[in-house]
Design a protein around this ligand. Sequence first.
Ligand code: SF4
Length: 120
Amino acid sequence: MKCSPECYECCIETEMILTTQDIYRLLNLGIPWNSFVEYRDGHYRLKNVDKHCVFLDPTSGKCLIYNFRPLGCRIYPIIYDRDKGFLIDERCPAKDTISVREYNSKIQVLAKLLRDIGEL
Ligand code: SF4
């Protein structure tokens, strides 16, 4: 898919779930647990500051940990809704640029993530 370099819609008021591997990867960078992890609705999630992900630099619109970002950020805009199942997030301005192959592959990864955290 073709994300616009200026877009950070997916980092606003994030509800991104963190896997154990995500958390350890970021802890290994020396980032303190309580600066980015919060426990909400039964899962560890990225923390928000000023209504955006703590890792978003609002001045540049860039992710400060892009190469180490959580798995969920990598598979966005595929999301899971308990009632509707797998969806493409309507908020994503580039949602129409995702290929069928990428869509299918991201669903596989998301399904595994959800199984790992006991949501599927
Ligand atoms: S970790 Fe990076 S890509 Fe993921 S929501 Fe935060 S700023 Fe955005």
